[in-house]
Design a binder for this molecule. Structure first.
Ligand code: ADP
Ligand code: MG
Length: 579
């Protein structure tokens, strides 16, 4: 290009500069939510409500009860490089706020129809001293008007990218954009248990988290995000050494996933995805998890802020530790210890009753009720084949308790009973069935042992291994054969036949933990109590096969094993009289 044709160098108009900068800050609606949430937190908010329409493309509204912005500062809040968070270069070194670049609001307001309404705490005392500033993309001047608003701030972002159609085109479906926003909300919910946080889409609640002050409330929040079954399959841990603390929840190796989506790691409250940390976690699980499977976790590392640099990369969530080897090894050791069951505390949340001990007194030996099935055996011809199958199918489901009508959440077996709807916890039912089988086999000397094709090494807590001799004796009586394989591990060679297809590692660890608890009375430890531990450990996962055939088979087994009375004790009846 020759010099004559070359356009002259001009200074960009501030609005245009903002729009270009916005490309870096705002990729999609979720980025707006993230920036605004950070501002709300920096403003000391304890309650934040997020309203979304059309996945955030039409509206993002974020309302907080933070310190607010006074009238004279309002126009500045939207200006580029305007921030209340740092004033000098020195401030950068000891930053404690989430934002500090002074770019977010300038960027967002340049690519949307934007309004910010705010009242400071003092303003809020009187009426109508809130102010609202409104801008519409690049070409409009900020309009300042009085408004009504409680102390705090509301940001409204309408029609994101309305003036940058090229960017708008890159947005995905509402559902996808909403899922990105949900992820931002989940990350925040897990990092700030003290926050009241709510996400609505078209006025429908997606997530509502009440401030969680107690351990139980925190675990309820964990359950909302990780799913109800997680805590039953998780270990709570809390480990510290000088200058470092790691606490949170991790899944047992058996409760793994194929994706990495339920993995949350925070360093001093900030979500981090970091190679060093990922490596440490992988290493801790290396021997116990199936390769290719992913553990679930919410983990919190607390470290002296001067030993970590969190501003290495603003969006990639990387950190730099001064003593990275120490941090790495501390994480590995903490998780390994927890996985070996030592130092871990069981989650405290209310769980469905899984204590089988009452069974020893009642139920199992109770009267057997023969299912009253009447299956006609006729040779179906082609013409009546379908009808025939249907008839026998119905006959099968007509048992004494009632008709299986399905399941709820893969957790409850639902039965249409003469008095209403019966619901039976699937996991408890399976545990009780397994216990009954093991117990019967024990009593009749029929606990057959089966050698494992591949002997399994199970790592144990150092303290647990101390009772290995007594444990091996007990285990031999219920059909296990194992030997010590190294300092902290045993090699399992054979298991009771009834336990094939179960998670042996978990069962062995549970047995050792239980026996260790009773280490002073091992000689008199009741074998049936051991069977209870085994049944609970063997059936502690979500029941995967909930096909009608499987559910019916389960009910048939229950009825063949337990008295009606014992089954009714396991069940909840929702009275629904037939008319
Ligand atoms: P930064 O967060 O980097 O300072 P922003 O553009 O995100 O820059 O915000 C600019 C300024 O506006 C902030 O420094 C803060 O003073 C003010 N501000 C933004 N959002 C809020 C809010 N929700 N409550 C109180 N003040 C806010
Ligand atoms: Mg900010």
């Amino acid at each position: 290009m020759n010099q004559m044709d070359k356009p002259k160098i001009k200074r960009l108009a501030p609005q245009l500069a903002s729009q270009i900068a916005a490309g870096e800050v705002v990729e999609r609606p979720a980025s707006v939510v993230k920036e605004c949430l950070e501002n709300s937190l920096d403003a000391g908010a304890t309650r934040i409500e997020v309203d979304i329409e059309k996945g955030g493309k039409q509206l993002i509204r974020i309302r907080d009860n933070g310190c607010g912005i006074s009238k004279d500062e309002l126009p500045l809040a939207l200006a580029q490089h305007a921030t209340s968070k740092i004033a000098t270069l020195d401030d950068l070194a000891k930053i404690t706020s989430l934002g500090f670049r002074g770019e977010a609001l300038a960027s967002i307001s340049s690519i949307s129809r934007f309004a910010l309404t705010s009242a400071t705490q003092a303003d809020g005392q009187e009426t109508n001293t809130a102010w609202r500033v409104q801008v519409e993309g690049q070409n409009s001047q900020a309009k300042l008007t009085p408004a009504a608003h409680p102390p705090g701030t509301t940001i409204e972002v309408h029609d994101l990218f309305f003036n940058t159609p090229a960017r708008r085109k890159f947005l995905r479906t509402d559902k996808t954009e909403l899922s990105h926003i949900e992820e931002i909300i989940k990350r925040l919910a897990l990092s700030r248990f003290d926050l009241d946080l709510c996400l609505r889409h078209h006025n429908k609640i997606v997530y509502q988290f009440k401030a969680a002050a107690t351990e139980i409330a925190r675990e309820q929040r964990i359950a909302k995000i990780f799913g109800g079954g997680f805590l039953k399959q998780a270990l709570a841990l809390d480990m510290s050494i000088e200058g470092l603390r790691l606490w949170g929840w991790i899944s047992l190796p058996e409760f793994s996933r194929s994706q990495t989506d339920l993995q949350y790691f925070y360093v001093n409250g900030r979500i981090i995805r970091d190679r060093l940390i990922n490596h440490a976690i992988r290493q801790a699980y290396a021997d116990v998890i199936h390769p290719g499977r992913q553990p679930l976790f919410a983990l919190y590392l607390e470290i002296d802020p001067s030993n970590v640099d969190v501003n290495v990369h603003p969006t990639k969530h990387e950190v730099r530790f001064r003593e990275s080897r120490l941090v790495h090894d501390f994480i590995v050791k903490s998780l390994q210890d927890a996985l070996a069951c030592e130092n871990s505390v069981q989650p405290k949340i209310n769980m469905p009753e899984t204590d089988l001990s009452f069974q020893k007194n009642q139920g199992i030996q109770g009267k057997k009720v023969e299912p009253q099935k009447s299956i006609r055996v006729t040779k179906p011809t082609k013409a009546n084949q379908v009808q025939e199958t249907l008839a026998s199918y119905q006959a099968l489901s007509q048992t004494t308790l009632g008709r299986v009508i399905g399941h709820a959440h893969q957790q409850h077996l639902l039965i249409e009973h003469i008095d209403g709807l019966l619901s039976i916890d699937l996991m408890i039912a399976q545990q009780k069935l397994l216990f009954a089988k093991l117990q019967q086999a024990l009593q009749t000397n029929a606990l057959h042992t089966q050698p494992l094709l591949m002997p399994t090494t199970v790592t144990l807590a150092a303290s647990h291994i101390s009772i290995i001799d007594a444990a091996c004796d007990h285990l031999a009586k219920v059909g296990f054969e194992l030997t010590r394989s190294d300092e902290n591990a045993v090699l399992v060679r054979s298991i009771p036949k009834l336990l094939r297809d179960t998670q042996i590692t978990h069962i062995i660890q549970a047995i050792f933990a239980k026996l260790y608890e009773h280490r002073d009375e091992l000689t008199t430890f009741d074998l049936e109590a051991l069977l209870i531990v085994i049944s609970q450990a063997a059936v502690d996962n979500k029941i995967n096969d909930v096909s009608l055939a499987k559910l019916e088979q389960l009910l048939t087994q229950l009825e063949a094993t337990f008295s009606v009375q014992a089954i009714m004790q396991m069940a909840t009846l929702i009275p629904l009289a037939a008319k």
